[in-house]
Design a protein around this ligand. Structure first.
Ligand SMILES: Cc1cc2nc3c(=O)[nH]c(=O)nc-3n(C[C@H](O)[C@H](O)[C@H](O)COP(=O)(O)OP(=O)(O)OC[C@H]3O[C@@H](n4cnc5c(N)ncnc54)[C@H](O)[C@@H]3O)c2cc1C
Length: 414
């Protein structure tokens, strides 16, 4: 039987900054760029080899809930268009490689201190206050000290390890939305509709003369989606693979999920070849650096966004992000998707302020909300805007020498 070991190591301090942002996905980019542009000393830690999170490492499009937003949402839309990298499906898709190049340029322009290939391991705590984060990379283990830490890991890794309470999955049984490995194809016919989706599942079933059960066993999701990208060459992203009941926050299960998803990619490509008279001579162009995790920890905060807030509307005084995207639940235990209407709501800043730990914020899909609410605000336009607010409010709190919780309570009491 394996036993645990205790080891004492001297850990060097890499740097001390105002704001440490952990995770460079849409939320992390929003937080880090905003705070750096406001003059804060910002360090951004990311375990992937490029910036962008699911936008780039995960190969996703479209950029949902972007169209209605100013700020960085608008800036990215315009700068991607200048690079001829914006358009495609629903006129809101983008080239993920161009997104990575653009984010790199923006980070350099903002003089962000970026640390790639670096895992944030655990928080450095003094009582219930986070003082920094231990990170690990090719240099070994180091400590980064900060006045405020913003957890943008998607999974709330740092908040959870700091002891913040959290929830996972739906209330009835804790089951959560499945993971998906996106993939990129080339060779799609030019005439393939840009603004329409076709019921590929029904088509494949008809062409294959396969039973529904066989298709579902091979690739268990009944709405394969081909997301045409801007630019020539018939490139598109495919959302089809689905991995259920495995957790993105468990190293073993995360690995197994990736392995199983790759088997599904192979099967999906075989099915696409069956309908190449419609699609064109499609071929597998690229696999993502990571499998996409739709849902994991939702860190409990000063306010938890409820189902009713989404379904009936909610406009709090401390609103920081208007969410219009409908509730989109990839069912945890069925090969189906459930969509509900979002009445339009604003995320209160309070939902970014975790319970129990000081000087810590969350932004992105790990903020405080219900299973249903998360299924709406998790899209990238909203995560980016939450990040912008987290970065700006962290700067405000630091300049006024108050905690982010004090600032949040002030804003909510206005
Ligand atoms: C398959 C799939 C398809 C989707 N499709 C769409 C879509 O079409 N449009 C849309 O708008 N949204 C879509 N979403 C939702 C959206 O992608 C995510 O909810 C969103 O990216 C969350 O943003 P985030 O910044 O919170 O997290 P992420 O984008 O996941 O970024 C988190 C970042 O933190 C890094 N990280 C994590 N842990 C650590 C650590 N311990 N140390 C250092 N770095 C760490 C990760 O490498 C990553 O770069 C999809 C999600 C999935 C899974």
């Amino acid at each position: 039987m394996l036993q645990s070991v205790t080891q004492t190591l001297e850990i060097p301090v890499r740097n001390e900054c105002d704001i440490l942002v952990v995770g460079a996905g849409p939320a992390g980019m929003g937080a880090a760029l905003t705070a750096a542009r406001m003059g804060a000393r910002v360090t951004l830690v990311e375990y992937g080899g490029k910036l962008g999170g699911m936008w780039t490492l995960g190969l996703l499009s479209p950029f949902f809930d972007n169209w209605n937003k100013p700020g960085l949402n608008q800036e990215l839309r315009e700068k991607l268009a200048e690079r001829h990298a914006w358009g495609g499906l629903w006129d809101m898709s983008f080239d993920p490689s161009q997104m990575a190049l653009l984010l790199n340029q923006m980070a350099l322009d903002a003089k962000l201190d970026v640390l790639l290939y670096t895992t944030a391991c655990e928080p450095y705590m003094q009582d219930n206050t986070i003082k920094g984060v231990f990170v690990q990379n090719k240099s070994g283990k180091q400590l980064i000290l900060a006045k405020v830490v913003i957890d943008c890991t998607g999974d709330g890794d740092i908040a959870a390890r700091a002891g913040c309470p959290f929830e996972v999955g739906r209330p009835s049984d804790g089951a959560f939305q499945p993971m998906t490995m996106m993939f990129k194809i080339g060779g799609l016919r030019e005439e393939y509709p840009r603004d329409a989706t076709i019921d590929w599942y029904a088509l494949l079933q008809y062409r294959q003369r396969e039973s529904q059960q066989k298709l579902i066993e091979d690739v268990p999701f009944d709405k394969p989606c081909i997301i045409k990208l801007p630019g020539p060459g018939g490139q598109a992203l495919v959302q089809w693979t689905h991995i259920r009941f495995l957790k993105g926050t468990d190293g073993e299960e995360f690995t197994r999920a990736s392995q199983q998803a790759m088997l599904q990619v192979e099967k999906a490509m075989l099915y696409f070849r069956e309908v190449r008279d419609l699609l064109g001579e499609v071929y597998l162009l690229e696999l993502p650096a990571v499998i996409g995790v739709r849902e994991s920890r939702r860190i409990k905060g000063e306010y938890q966004i409820t189902d009713d807030d989404v379904l009936k509307g909610f406009h709090p005084v401390d609103g920081i992000c208007d969410v219009h995207f409908g509730v989109d639940i990839h069912e945890p235990s069925k090969a189906e998707q459930t969509n509900l209407r979002n009445a339009g709501f604003d995320i209160p800043f309070r939902s970014l302020v975790p319970l129990g730990v000081e000087n810590l914020l969350t932004a992105g899909r790990c903020i405080s909300g219900s299973f249903v609410a998360h299924a709406s605000y998790r899209v990238t336009g909203d995560c980016l805007m939450m990040g912008e607010a987290a970065g700006a409010k962290a700067c405000d709190a630091i300049s006024r020498n108050i905690t982010v919780r004090q600032l949040s309570r002030e804003l909510a009491a206005q």
